[in-house]
Every structure is written in structure tokens, then in C-alpha cells.
Ligand binder design. Structure first.
Ligand code: GTQ
Length: 372
């Protein structure tokens, strides 16, 4: 084709694309490679936040704002650098489906009662003497505890202790938002009434595998809290057996009435990596956020080392090769939350083992500054 003819044709095509766009239409033939990539190409990037930074800024928020009506909760949330341009208005997305943040409640403070159709899970980082009130039940929060706040239930937080209370929140906010179905509602009063015995959940669920008959029909959210002491005991027992090649010694927080993820749309687990452990590299469709509860080590993601220590948060986006290494002097405990329940229910989950056992390290996130 002569050059001139080709240019004429391109002009005609571009002009055609322009007319499609004006009428809010689009050409599949030039879009298909972008919208239907061969394999997942998440916009979310692997990333790590150091606890020193997060802690300093969260504590500073304690001097600036209070958790009253309007502000609701004092939380600093994680923004995935790869998703920031999709969220120009301060939208918190850590992965395409998950939001996470660190919440601060100071002694004597209260956060008002509200409910929404997003699911929340919490992992307690520091402090004691606070409780969350979920649908009439007071649930006392202590370091290392895992809690659920299922969608649709009224919840408020109250702090009666004397040191700052910090916990990690993870919600399916981006998922619900992208489905276009967000609901949020304030309770008419600041607090909801208490209608259940204190720590009712801990009184009913005392042993694994034993479901109180009164909870047989309560398949929605029978158990509000999973105490750290029991999680630790379970992991210490498991450590006498063989570890999972990709996850080390790990337990998942499940709904005791159904065996499904306790957090409904949000999966969560606690894993222990003994000193010197290195897990096998793999990747999966679901995304995950990790909070380092205890220990020191690094995680290799797509060949890059992300060094972590107690308090750090890092994100493993979809389909990213990853393996964990505990190179510290103590056992490491990694808390993590994920969107596996979403992927499984939608039949989208897939996973692969890395062809070799470990990845080749090609660089370090934050360079040497990654290890402080
Ligand atoms: O504690 O109810 O991090 O509603 C984000 C939204 C926490 C909460 C968050 C929320 C909450």
C-alpha cells in the first residue's frame, strides 16, 4: 500500500475512533489485548510500609482528630502506589478488592455506632482495655486477637483502658465499591444498647470443633473473636509436625459453623516461620496483605526482597511470585488477610508453584534502607 493511502486509512480510522468515543462506544479489536491480558496484570504493586513511619503518623493523628460523628473512626489507611491514580479522591485500596489501615483509639475515647455492607476483620496490635460492641455484644480486644465485624451488623468501639489502643483493620471496601453496591448507615444514637453477656463469644467457643447447639442456626457470624493465646498454642503444636511448603506453620481463622472463612469475603491466617525457615515460591490469583506481628525476615516478590520486622505491613498483589524467609533470631509470626473467599466463590482462583524452589533475587525494595 502506498504511504499516502496508508495515511488516509489511518486518518479515517482515527476519525472513526473519535466518533465512537463521543458516543460512548468502543472498538474491541484494538482493546482486547488490554482488557483481556494473557494472565493477570494487576495495577496493584508489591509494596511495604515500615512500622516506624506508620506508627509515627498514626500517633500524630491522635493530636489532630477525634473519632466523632462525621469522622467516625481515626484510621490511617494504606494506599497501593500502583492504584493511586485510580483513586484521586483519597480512596484507600491496598489491592483491587481490599482496604487496610491502622486504627487508633485513645484512653476514654469512643467511636460511634454504624453499620455497612462491607465486611471487616481486625487484628489487635497494641493495648488493652478497649472493646468493640458488635450487634449488642461487648468484645474485649487484646494484643494478637483476631476479630470479625460481618457486614450489616451495628458496631462501635469504646476504650476504658489507659494506654493507646492500636489495631489493624481490613475491609472489602474496594470490592464492594467497584460492584457499585455500597451501603452505610449511622445508628440513631451515638451507641447501640448492650444486649448480650460480656464476651459472650469467648464463653461459647471454648474448644475447636465444638459448636454450641445454640449456634447451629447461627451460621452467619457465630464467633466474634479468636484469642491470641489459642492461636499461639495451635501454631506451637503444629510446629512439631511438617510445615506447609509455601506457608510454613499456618492456621486460618474460620467460621466454626461452616468451616468457611470467618471474615466471609475476607480470608485471614496467622503463620509461624521458625528461625531459618524459607518457604517455597509460588503465586496465586488472590491478593493478600501481611502484617508482621513478630520477628524479622524478608519476602521475595517477583525477584525483589522486601525486608520486614515487627509492625511492618506489605502487600502481595495478584499473581505475584512470593516466598518468605525468616532470617532473624526468633520465630516470626505473620498475620495476613486475603481475598481468597471472593476468588473461590467466583471460581477465579488458580495457583502455581515456581519452577525452581526459590526465586533469583534481582534487587531490594528501598535498597539497603529496607533493613533498618
Ligand atoms: O472500625 O468500623 O478502617 O467502618 C474503615 C471503616 C474501620 C470501623 C475502618 C470502618 C471501620
Amino acid at each position: 500500500m502506498a504511504r499516502e493511502e496508508k495515511e488516509l486509512e489511518d486518518d479515517r480510522l482515527n476519525e472513526y475512533y473519535g466518533r465512537l468515543q463521543t458516543l460512548h462506544l468502543g472498538p474491541l479489536w484494538s482493546s482486547i489485548q488490554t482488557i483481556m491480558s494473557k494472565e493477570p496484570r494487576p495495577r496493584a504493586l508489591p509494596y511495604l510500609w515500615k512500622w516506624d513511619d506508620v506508627y509515627r503518623l498514626v500517633m500524630e493523628s491522635g493530636e489532630l482528630v477525634t473519632p466523632d460523628r462525621g469522622g467516625e473512626r481515626r484510621v490511617v489507611f494504606f494506599r497501593n502506589p500502583g492504584l493511586e491514580d485510580l483513586q484521586p479522591w483519597g480512596w484507600g485500596a491496598l489491592t483491587h478488592t481490599l482496604y487496610a489501615g491502622v486504627q487508633l483509639l485513645l484512653p476514654g475515647e469512643r467511636a460511634p455506632s454504624h453499620r455497612h455492607n462491607q465486611n471487616a476483620i481486625r487484628f489487635v496490635l497494641q493495648g488493652s482495655g478497649a472493646y468493640t460492641l458488635v450487634e449488642g455484644e461487648r468484645v474485649k480486644m487484646e494484643e494478637g486477637d483476631f476479630l470479625i465485624t460481618p457486614s450489616g451488623l451495628w458496631h462501635d468501639h469504646v476504650h476504658e483502658g489507659d494506654t493507646p489502643m492500636l489495631w489493624f483493620d481490613c475491609l472489602d471496601i474496594p470490592f464492594v465499591y467497584q460492584l457499585g453496591v455500597t451501603f452505610f448507615e449511622n445508628y440513631p444514637e451515638f451507641h447501640q444498647p448492650i444486649s448480650q453477656p460480656e464476651n459472650y463469644s469467648t464463653q461459647r467457643f471454648t474448644a475447636p470443633g465444638l459448636l454450641p447447639l445454640t449456634d447451629r442456626d447461627n451460621r452467619y457470624a457465630p464467633q466474634a473473636i479468636y484469642k491470641w493465646e489459642k492461636t499461639k498454642q495451635a501454631l506451637d503444636q503444629l510446629s512439631k509436625l511438617d510445615p506447609d511448603p509455601c506457608d510454613g506453620f499456618a492456621v486460618e481463622y474460620v467460621n466454626p459453623a461452616t468451616g468457611e472463612a470467618a471474615g466471609h469475603t475476607i480470608g485471614a491466617m496467622m503463620q509461624k516461620l521458625a528461625r531459618g525457615d524459607r518457604t517455597q515460591a509460588h503465586r496465586h490469583v488472590h491478593s493478600a496483605v501481611y502484617h508482621v506481628f513478630r520477628g524479622q525476615g524478608y519476602t521475595v516478590m517477583n525477584g525483589v526482597r522486601f525486608f520486614w520486622q515487627s509492625g511492618d505491613t506489605f502487600v502481595v498483589p495478584n499473581w505475584v511470585w512470593h516466598e518468605h524467609v525468616n532470617d532473624g533470631n526468633t520465630d516470626a509470626y505473620l498475620f495476613s488477610a486475603n481475598d481468597l473467599p471472593i476468588m473461590e466463590r467466583l471460581k477465579l482462583e488458580r495457583s502455581e508453584l515456581y519452577p525452581e524452589k526459590y526465586q533469583t533475587v534481582v534487587g531490594d525494595h528501598l535498597g539497603n534502607g529496607g533493613r533498618t
